[in-house]
Ligand binder design. Structure first.
Ligand code: TRP
Length: 348
């Protein structure tokens, strides 16, 4: 079967290195693998509005930011269709039909929705639009016939919900919709990169992110302040690598080439970890190493981004073309859906 990718991000801020290791880097690999017939990457502005409806300017401003992040990490508009969710009205229609297939109690049990309701203090008054976003996300995925959804582990419940909707739809109206599979990052450190403060999640609201657009000095400063092992006070002390943010980042970013380039006295990351655990290896040294790796990784991204910033019209054109192309597929799927649901009254 031909394989098709759909994935996306909410445009509520610039993308950070958690996005990079958790999804962006993998998307570029998938794009260049040649294994996929089509790749759709969605800027999910309508979903972003479900919990930012009072801040339309924030969502609007971040569309171009996210698009520039995509292009600067290496998404190639010749190979990957980048689209804006709200400009595909067929998505709203499909969402509306899917709503019949989901119960309120099922949505209430969705772990991602549950934790987001807590995070946003929505307990007392959950907007219906927000509550239904997993249904809309099922439409996002299935309208493009996606077989494969590369996302972080926080999206597992969304994919489960999507699969249920697909099965229900196909069982009720006949085989119409493609059932997608999730594709998680292989490296477990990349599943969810902690913030620089060691907190479980890198998030804009916690102020603990390293952004793809951060300058060299900002990166160095953030790594200097990074959370390590609070009990590793003197260089000679034995240190802990589990839960030590610097080592988690090294797990996510370092390669054997980085060792031969910057720390040839260590064979690999395991050797570095062993020394840290034994004692005698200071935080300054591991932080310098991490800074060099991050700078090497982010410098080309930053410089491509600064080129793109000079030409917003070019970026806008890519979004327009991508959205128009995506809409062709969306409208084919909607025709099939209407036929299956017997609401194709005016079709010959
Ligand atoms: N919910 C995703 C996030 O918060 C964004 C998203 C919207 C998405 N629609 C999608 C991801 C469809 C994958 C597939 O990051």
């Amino acid at each position: 079967m031909k394989k098709i990718i759909l994935t996306g991000d909410r445009p509520t801020g610039r993308l950070h290195i958690g996005h990079f290791v958790g999804s962006l880097r993998g998307r570029v690999e998938l794009q260049n693998s040649g294994e996929y017939e089509k790749i759709f990457v969605m800027i999910a502005d309508a979903q972003a509005l479900t919990d930012n409806f009072e801040h339309p300017e924030k969502v609007r401003d971040n569309i171009l930011e996210v698009a520039m992040d995509y292009l600067s990490v290496g998404l190639d508009p010749q190979k990957t269709t980048i689209l804006i969710q709200s400009q595909i009205p067929e998505l709203t229609e499909l969402t509306f039909y899917y709503m019949n297939l989901v119960t309120v109690s099922r949505l209430q049990r969705n772990p991602t929705v549950k934790s987001e309701i807590q995070m946003r203090n929505f307990e007392a008054s959950i907007p219906v639009g927000f509550f239904c976003y997993p249904i809309s996300q099922a439409a996002d995925i299935t309208i493009f016939n996606a077989t494969t959804v590369p996302v972080g582990e926080d999206q597992i419940p969304m994919l489960e919900q999507t699969k249920e909707i697909v099965r229900k739809f196909n069982a009720t109206y006949g085989e119409t919709i493609v059932e997608p599979d999730i594709l998680l990052p292989k490296n477990s450190a990349c599943l969810r990169l902690p913030g620089i403060d060691g907190k479980a999640k890198m998030s804009k609201s916690l102020g603990n992110c390293i952004y793809l657009s951060d300058s060299k000095d900002e990166i160095a400063e953030k790594v200097r302040n990074m959370y390590t092992d609070p009990n590793h006070i003197h260089v000679k002390d034995p240190g802990q690598v589990e839960g030590n943010t610097v080592f988690t980042y090294l797990d996510a970013f370092s390669t054997p080439e980085h060792f031969s380039r910057y720390l040839p006295e260590y064979e690999n990351l395991d050797a570095l970890k062993d020394h840290y655990k034994r004692g005698g290896l200071g935080d300054v040294k591991i932080k310098k190493f991490l800074t060099a790796i991050l700078e090497e990784t982010l410098e080309p991204i930053r410089s491509r981004r600064s080129e793109l910033e000079k030409d917003p019209e070019y970026v806008r054109k890519i979004l327009l073309d991508g959205t128009n192309l995506a809409r062709e597929t969306a409208s084919e799927t909607i025709s099939k859906v209407r036929r299956a649901m017997k609401i194709n009254y005016f079709e010959n």
